[in-house]
Design a protein around this ligand. Sequence first.
Ligand SMILES: [Zn+2]
Length: 192
Amino acid sequence: MPSKSLLERGFKSKAEKIAEEYRAELGISKFDALDAFALAEHLNVSVFTVDDAFDDKSSPHYISMSDTTKFSAMWMPNEDGDKIIIHNANHSKYRQQSNVMHELAHIIRGHKVPEAHAKLCAQYNLHYFNTLHEQEAKHLGGCLQITTPGLLWALKRFTEDQISEYYCASIEMVKYRIGVSGANRIRTYQNK
Ligand SMILES: [Zn+2]
């Protein structure tokens, strides 16, 4: 069952605008692929792998965070208050892109983790969960990876597999973006 949308009115067009603005700042067009690691650098967000983050590879936290069924990525403030991302590099290159984009979306939106939660999360490796924040990050993360104009442009030229390669996005992400962007309706209309 699809979950109810908590996104505020106008959020989706704002997300498209953000995705286009960052591309412009990086000197690429809305039709181009945006590399999540390049965007992180542009935003001064340091990205670490789980391997980087743990010296003790026998730690149970290291073992579970290296497991792709258990951990994708998280953002948190480091001890200097700078935002950092830790991601599981055992995921495919496509999934790594969407995982890092998702966390960047949280940071771009200025989502905050209440301090008491942040301490608990760091200590016990928990993920703070806020439904609205998750919906925003999911939507914005998808737009950052594939803008709607980019998707429509690509659908005229490429198969879904080729779109996945072009944007370094998983097939699931391509299908998700086709669904939420309304590209399917536009595509059907254009083919009439
Ligand atoms: Zn999230």
